[in-house]
Design a protein around this ligand. Structure first.
Ligand code: ASP
Length: 343
């Protein structure tokens, strides 16, 4: 049976085209997507689209937009085989991470894509990204199951797991990387799927559940030489903050000054959720290697292992929305929920 795909256009560079009247870039009408990208006609796929109004530059994305996307997917879930989300690149890794945790028992592809150059300009990467995303979203195996039933980012020549991705380049067409997880698929002359990595649902017929309550009381504390007790103290101990992602050095190391360890202990004693994510994109947190990491562990800081900051933030938003009890948040945070942590 013919596959059907819903394209949800939220905004971003991809949907722009030059207005012949004055040459300025304006969003084009996605209901005429096949006229704009005639290559899509070659696929035997029914494509519908829905466009956000107003369109959102992804720097302005808020968690309420994630809820809107999640609801759209839930409401149209049975009518489509896959979903392609057109989104600005700047915060795409945050949105893809968030959707991965908000959608439970997903058995269809949800593929984010966008572009570095508008779709209406020569040399655009937008057409190729969109065509690859549609091809992958509609790809099924012999049993009729989606080949990539998870939240991913299709960009340049690669399909990456959404919650493993990070925007790496403001310039290159391969703008995203997922250093701690191999690509789910690579597009060359053919699209090669990495079946060993791609997640499968525990059963194909489970109903999709969405978690739409997000608690955003999270601070990200990026350590740097010269950081002051006032700055660190606010992120770690302020009443309005429930969890703090400490972006540490290397394999999870922090400054050894007693004022800092005292603040970490005070924060932990107040029951806050503290997690350690490395500023290094590649590799993982190991708090047993150096004394400065061990002090954090003793202070009650959880290892984020090889999670990205984007994934850790989204995971905390969702888990804190689900649980009032911080101990439950801590327990769930350490589990691999959507392939965001290496085994
Ligand atoms: N500022 C744009 C956005 O993220 C850039 C892009 O689409 O790549 O929405």
């Amino acid at each position: 049976m013919k596959s059907s795909i819903l394209i949800i256009y939220t905004g971003g560079t991809i949907g722009m085209k030059a207005d012949p009247a004055d040459g300025t870039l304006k969003p084009f009408n996605f209901s005429q997507i096949k006229a704009e990208v005639p290559e899509l006609r070659k696929f035997d796929v029914r494509i519908d689209s829905c466009t956000f109004d107003p369109l959102i530059d992804s720097s302005d994305i808020e968690p309420s937009v994630w809820v809107r996307i999640a609801r759209l997917i839930r409401d149209r879930y049975s009518a489509y085989d896959g979903f392609v989300i057109l989104h600005g690149t700047d915060t795409m890794a945050y949105s893809a991470s968030a959707l991965s945790f908000m959608l439970k028992d997903l058995s269809k592809p949800v593929i984010f894509t966008g572009s570095q150059l508008p779709i209406g300009t020569p040399r655009t990467d937008g057409k190729e990204n969109l065509i690859s995303a549609v091809e992958i979203a509609s790809a099924k195996d012999a049993d009729g199951h989606s080949l990539v039933p998870e939240v991913s980012i299709c960009f340049g020549s690669r399909l990456l797991r959404g919650n493993r991705s990070t925007k790496y380049s403001a310039e290159a067409f391969d703008a995203f990387i997922s250093p701690n997880c191999p690509p789910l698929a690579e597009a060359g002359i053919t699209i090669r799927y990495n079946a060993d990595i791609i997640r499968r649902p525990s059963a194909w017929d489970l109903p999709l559940t969405i978690f739409e309550r997000l608690d955003t009381r999270v601070a990200i504390l990026k350590l740097h030489p010269g950081i002051t007790p006032a700055v660190a103290g606010h992120c770690l101990c302020a009443d309005e903050i429930r969890a703090c992602i400490i972006e540490t050095y290397g394999s999870g190391n922090a400054l050894s000054s007693s004022w800092f360890t005292d603040l970490v202990c005070e924060s932990a004693a107040r029951g806050k959720v503290l997690v350690n994510i490395s500023q290094c994109k590649d590799g993982e947190v190991n708090m047993d290697l150096y004394a400065t990491g061990a002090a954090l562990k003793r202070g009650g800081v959880l290892s984020g292992k090889d999670m990205t900051t984007e994934a850790a933030l989204a995971k905390l938003f969702v888990l804190m929305g689900l649980y009032e009890d911080n101990d439950k948040v801590k327990e769930a945070f350490q589990c691999d929920l959507r392939g965001e942590i290496s085994k």
